[in-house]
Ligand binder design. Sequence first.
Ligand code: T3D
Length: 278
Amino acid sequence: MPGPGEPLGRHRDVRKEHPLNDVLYSVDDAVATIVINRPEAMNALTVRAKTALLEALTSAQAPSVRAVLLTGSGRAFCAGQDLAEHAANLEAGRGLDGTVRTHYNPIVRTIIEMDKPVVAAVNGVAAGAGASLAFACDLRIASEKARFATAFSGIALAPDSGASWTLQRLVGTARATELLLLNEPFGAKRALELGIVSRVVPADELDTAARALAVRLAQGPTSAYAATKRALRFAATSSPAEALELEADLQDACAKTADHLNATRAFLAKERPVFEGH
Ligand code: T3D
């Protein structure tokens, strides 16, 4: 992952083009790469950073983008809420200043409801709302240096940014309860055992491995991926009958896509399918 001030490898450095450089945004090979870029504060989230993050995620909703890669700059993925800004709000009697509803909720909904795959490349520590961001993504690939900390109870807060919803779906209610109440940080190996991350790679291979995964997804059947995400979200809180009904609707829609017709023809012709995403 890029260090502070380092070029973004293959990616265009948009810091000069973007009015808020707390978040970097670039698109290559139909993959939108979003880098939270406050390495001096472990990519902790200020209002400005959260605004820029939501703006970047909104840009990634463009149909030309077919997969999203979220990562952090420097040695952290994201340390969650910027506690300096948070303390200033508390001392001024503003409480949370509405940031959960105004910023975190729209950010996390945009990730969860994104109609294309979102991959988190967890390059370092992911704490509090930073861990929640990773949990909200569809796939997580981690560096050996990644660490997770739920952090909320450490400062007498309850989970936010979707952690109460995502984490128990990832690890089950018992483990989610333990992780959220005890707030014991854990490393990449334990995250892999828990099923929170699907792959752990050496730190210097994360950028390449995460990008390869995102490019692979960007070359996949995007409409079918969107339907898969929607079906999983819906099934999590619906009856079997309701889930079956939505599956039938979504399958009807998938069956009408050019990707489905072409992939079926390719199968019969013993050729590799090329997916256009629709
Ligand atoms: O408005 C609201 O608050 C509602 C929303 C809440 C959502 C949340 O995210 S609540 C949870 C907030 N996050 C945390 O409680 C995590 C706090 N940070 C830590 O526990 C540790 O820093 C880490 C586990 C993330 C990393 O530990 P370590 O030992 O690798 O690094 P460090 O030395 O603690 O931190 C390095 C620097 O980053 C340090 O600054 P310095 O001393 O070098 O100038 C530290 O203060 C800064 N930093 C780390 N986390 C934050 C932060 N600065 C601001 N906010 C942070 N969250």
